[in-house]
Structure formats: C-alpha cells, structure tokens
Design a protein around this ligand. Structure first.
Ligand code: ZN
Length: 171
C-alpha cells in the first residue's frame, strides 16, 4: 500500500521530471500554469493564506495572499498545486475548492498531502539532502530554495522521519 506522503513525494518528483527546468528556486508559478492551474496573487479574506478553485469544465485557479512574503506565496502556490494533483489525478474530481487558513484548524489528510507535495516540489530531495549533508545551515538552504526557514526546517524533519525511498538499490 502506498502511503499519502509517498504518493505526494512521487507525484512531486514526476512533476519536477516533466516541468522543472533544473534551476533554483524552482519556478512554481510557471510549473503551475503548465499543469493547468493559473496562479494569482490577491488580497484574500482575513486569515486566509491561499486557495484553489476548480469548477467543472474550467481551468483551475489558485490564489496566494498578496500580503505574504514571496517565500510564503511560493509555498502556498505549491501547496494548492498539491491539492490539484490529489483531486484531479487521484480522485478524478473535477469540481472542488480548498481554502487554506493561516492558523491551521482542521489538519487532515488532504492538507498533509498538499504540504508534503509542496515541500517536495520546492525542495527537490537530492539537492536538498546534498546541502544538508554538506552541513549547510537552514538559512543557506532556505535561501537556495526560495522558501521560509520554517519550510526548510519542516522538509528536513520530514526527510528524517520518512527517509527517501531507495530507488534502484539492491538489498
Ligand atoms: Zn490546503
């Protein structure tokens, strides 16, 4: 059985394989557009950091709050793209909406999936682990990947708790 975090990571890696030009920071807006989710920067309702809306027969739109830092907005857009991937490719759902609050209220499997996808997309495993293993500071790492310090710390934690899958290794 494939767990949510494994699937989120695999989908993020597939996305990188298809759409990433190999440069840093990963250009999440460009990738999002290519995948059919048009990203917008907007003033969102109080307490809302991002959202995604997909209606039947229409292109999806994602929103990141204009009052947030660029690093936070990048993560939000990647997170919303994670919702899209989970809904459209896994659940084959073509009509949905997620609204993300700054203060996480109900942290469910959808949110976990979107966060794991976002971290994996913005901080690709190999270059991320290379920097960790070189002993680089989280500040350097966060700057390299264009994410907040909190996001870099979380990614490191996630990769420690659930280490990368060994691909192609013989036991
Ligand atoms: Zn969300």
């Amino acid at each position: 059985m494939i767990l949510a975090w494994q699937d989120a990571r695999r989908k993020a890696q597939e996305t990188l394989d298809h759409y990433w030009d190999g440069t840093f920071p990963v250009r999440v807006s460009a990738i999002s557009k290519k995948m059919g989710v048009t990203p917008y920067r907007a003033t969102l309702p109080m307490g809302v950091s991002g959202m995604i809306i997909k209606e039947q027969g229409q292109e999806a739109r994602s929103y990141a709050d204009a009052n947030e830092s660029e690093e936070r907005r990048r993560f939000t857009l990647a997170h919303e793209l994670g919702h899209y991937v989970e809904r459209v490719t896994l659940a084959e759902d073509n009509d949905f909406a997620f609204k993300d609050k700054r203060e996480p209220g109900q942290y469910n499997l959808h949110e976990f999936y979107a966060d794991e996808f976002a971290g994996s997309l913005l901080m690709p495993e190999k270059p991320f682990m290379a920097m960790v293993n070189e002993g680089r500071s989280l500040i350097e790492i966060a700057a390299r990947f264009g994410v907040s310090l909190a996001a870099a710390r979380k990614r490191k934690e996630r990769l420690t708790i659930n280490p990368p899958e060994q691909v192609g290794d013989v036991d």
